[in-house]
Design a protein around this ligand. Structure first.
Ligand SMILES: Nc1ncnc2c1ncn2[C@@H]1O[C@H](COP(=O)(O)OP(=O)(O)OP(=O)(O)O)[C@@H](O)[C@H]1O
Ligand SMILES: [Mg+2]
Length: 249
């Protein structure tokens, strides 16, 4: 896992990776939803699962879709196919899918109202299709397997650095490739990650400041912000916009 972390910058989550890859390989589980707060790493975990366990899946980004009736077209387009313009788009999508086993990753679907019923009905029509969804809330449908994703662990691991701090160091190296933390730096980074509640997006935003600041300077600047400012970046913010907002407030 460590070597792979260095290459891909993906940190921790070994239990979740095992659980998810087992779930999507289980024939009678058709819907697995990764649920968690904004920025906790749902999309990133889904990408990692696809890379490792479901290379032939179809990735459907739904963050700009706000009506359930538009989802079938988004899925069809992501699969490189078309469905007729019809009053029954879910049925048309099911009819367009052949019988081969397939995994659909439906990323960011929490803003789509009334999706549970048509999605459930669709899944009954395509029994060999699995859906891996990411969402801030569960769909609450029968047969859904939910994985509640928590922030990255802050406790020290066997190599002496927590997953959260490892993520900070990896992210810092993107802006400062030669960064070699001293043991004092690691102590401050641990404090920083605690302050950020181990939330990956917040860690990434703070680590981006390493271009110009030391871990201690970043820690000092963070203590000036109320916790909620650090925690909840709005949907649709670019990383840069969020950093700018956080650091100019
Ligand atoms: N385990 C991890 N290792 C390395 N980087 C991570 C990890 N988890 C998340 N990240 C990074 O943190 C940032 C936020 O993660 P991500 O976009 O997956 O959150 P999300 O839960 O999908 O948020 P949203 O609810 O807004 O869609 C991303 O830049 C992602 O690459
Ligand atoms: Mg996401």
């Amino acid at each position: 896992m460590a070597a792979r972390d260095e290459i891909h910058g993906f940190v921790g989550r070994s239990r979740e990776l095992t659980e998810l890859s087992q779930a999507i390989a289980t024939p009678d589980i058709q819907l697995v939803t990764i649920v968690g707060t904004g920025g906790v790493g749902k999309t990133r975990l889904a990408r990692e699962i696809v890379d490792r366990s479901a290379p032939n899946s179809t990735w459907v980004s739904l963050s700009s879709i706000d009506a359930a009736a538009h989802v079938p077209l988004a899925i069809a387009l992501a699969r490189g196919s078309q469905i007729p313009d019809t009053a029954a788009p879910w049925e048309a999508l099911a009819n367009s899918m052949n019988e081969t086993a397939t995994v659909l990753v439906l990323d960011n679907l929490e803003q789509i109202p009334d999706l549970a019923d048509p999605l459930t009905e669709f899944l009954t029509r395509v029994p060999r299709t699995r859906v891996l969804a990411t969402s801030r809330t569960a769909l609450h449908v029968a047969g859904e397997r939910v994985l509640e994703l928590e922030p990255l662990p802050l406790t020290t691991t066997t190599n002496g650095v927590s997953a959260a701090s490892r993520m900070f160091i990896n992210s810092a190296r993107r802006v400062r490739p030669d960064f070699q933390p001293t043991s004092e730096d690691i102590e401050v980074i641990d404090q920083l990650c605690h302050r950020l509640d181990g939330l990956p997006l917040s860690i990434e935003i703070a680590a981006a400041q390493m271009r110009l600041m030391s871990p201690r300077d970043i820690m000092a600047s963070l203590t000036e912000f109320p916790r909620h400012v650090l925690r909840l970046p709005a949907r649709g913010d670019t990383l840069e916009a969020t950093i700018a907002r956080s650091y100019t407030l």
